[in-house]
Design a protein around this ligand. Structure first.
Ligand SMILES: Cc1ncc(COP(=O)(O)O)c(C=O)c1O
Length: 420
């Protein structure tokens, strides 16, 4: 039979919400427009920023007479994966229980995790925070895994819904997989306190759950890479005798190399005896190598070499930590300026949550209708959930954005008494 018409009824899917914002913005001819959509750092003039540590590492690499474009090993560049593990676990991590494979940024690490779970742990439910980065659901369900949600954001108090979260951990089938944002939760910008982390992780231990930490913003919550690894390190300590821990690590944001796709998947095996650890590690390494080989054959080299140079050269590492402070403190200053302008303008509602939140985003509590009006009337773009990438604000546009929010909030407050 002819195959000519086989694609005629294929469903046309809607465009990706985030990348569609970028498209609309680039087609917008208004002179003043503000991009608070995608989570990418911008400097105070609204431009992408190449970190000084990255510039130095690149020039160091280019001067290296041994530099080449050969294939990397299947598991990636060893100096990169070891450096990545030390960055998230601390210098004295137990390498006998950690398998690290290079990935196509954070998304690729999550994809490896999903494939691994589907193959080795089929039937486990994967719990995602409500709300979460929308791609989480797509990645896990794309591997035919079942996902469920745990409560996270309490919209009325703009704080963590800890009781609901803990209840779900308690009632989930034993050995379920919980995806936790390691820090700077996307989209809410709201992280558990140290005490709340302890309660959450203790409950995971009680139910023998498997925690998958998604670490896409290390350094953006506090400006300090070690402090932002707090939850992961606590999780490893608490869960070491109980269950494996997965970590999906992205270097897109904290090294500012979004398009180079540098990331790492770490699997920490539970601690048994030295012999068993070694044999489990060897078997699982072989399984992960097979996944990587069939997906990308071997990971891309260039970005990993830059990040490895930064991680393994003490002066560059120091510079990177300073670059992180530059980025996170500029974002923090923008949070304060936005909140202060809204307060000065007398914008209806309380705006303190903007400064209480951390990382790149603020969950502004603007409704989808408000977000739409912001775009239509003021050329201020953000996702319909009301998540604003604070990195898109700068000294030149923050007052403009505050005034735009003020107009929009007043419009809806007057028309239907919408509460913020
Ligand atoms: C929570 C979260 N996880 C993972 C990622 C993956 O990022 P990338 O694939 O660019 O490293 C992102 C990116 O926005 C994210 O927000």
């Amino acid at each position: 039979m002819s195959q000519v018409t086989i694609f005629n009824n294929v469903e046309h899917l809607p465009p990706d919400a985030l990348f569609d914002i970028k498209k609309r913005l680039s087609q917008d001819t208004r002179p003043v427009k503000v991009d608070l959509g995608i989570g990418a750092y911008r400097d105070n003039s609204g431009k992408p920023w190449v970190l000084p540590s990255v510039r130095s590492a690149e020039s160091q690499l280019q001067k290296d007479p041994n530099f080449n474009h050969e294939y990397l090993p299947i598991a990636g560049l060893p100096s990169f994966t070891t450096g990545a593990a030390k960055t998230i676990f601390g210098d004295d991590y137990d390498s006998t229980r950690v398998i690290s494979v290079q990935s196509i940024s954070g998304t690729g690490a999550l994809h490896i995790a999903a494939k691994f779970i589907e193959k080795i742990l089929p039937g486990r439910i994967v719990y995602l925070s409500n709300p979460t980065w929308p791609n989480h659901k797509a990645i896990f369900e794309g591997q035919r895994l079942t996902t469920a949600q745990y409560p996270y954001w309490n919209a009325s108090t703009k704080s963590l819904q800890l009781d609901g979260f803990l209840d779900t951990v308690k009632t989930a089938p034993e050995g379920s997989i919980f995806v936790l944002h390691a820090c700077a939760h996307n989209p809410t910008g709201l992280d558990p306190s140290k005490d709340q982390w302890a309660q959450i992780l203790d409950k995971m231990v009680e139910k023998n759950h498997i925690v998958l930490f998604d670490s896409a913003y290390q350094g953006f919550a506090t400006g300090d890479l070690d402090r932002d690894a707090y939850a992961v390190r606590l999780g490893l300590t608490k869960l070491q005798k109980v269950a494996p821990v997965f970590v999906c690590q992205s270097f897109a944001k904290n090294v500012g190399m979004y398009g180079e796709r540098v990331g790492c998947f770490h699997l920490v095996i539970p601690d048994q005896s030295v012999e068993i650890n070694a044999s489990v590690k060897a078997s699982l390494s072989s399984q992960l190598a097979k996944i990587v080989r069939s997906e990308v054959s071997n990971p891309p080299a260039y970005g990993a070499k830059i990040v490895s140079t930064i991680l393994n050269t003490p002066e560059l590492n120091k510079q990177w930590h300073a670059d992180m402070v530059t980025m996170s403190s500029r974002i923090n200053s923008m949070r304060h300026q936005l909140r202060d302008h809204l307060v000065e303008l007398g914008t209806p509602g309380n705006w303190d949550h903007i400064v209480g939140q951390c990382g790149m985003f603020s969950f502004t509590a603007l409704t989808p209708e408000m977000v739409q009006r912001l775009e239509q009337n003021h050329a201020v773009y953000m996702v319909s959930s009301g998540r604003a990438s604070i990195a898109g604000l700068n000294e030149g546009n923050v007052l403009y954005v505050a005034k735009a929010i003020d107009e929009v909030v007043r419009h809806f407050t007057n028309s239907n008494n919408s509460k913020l």
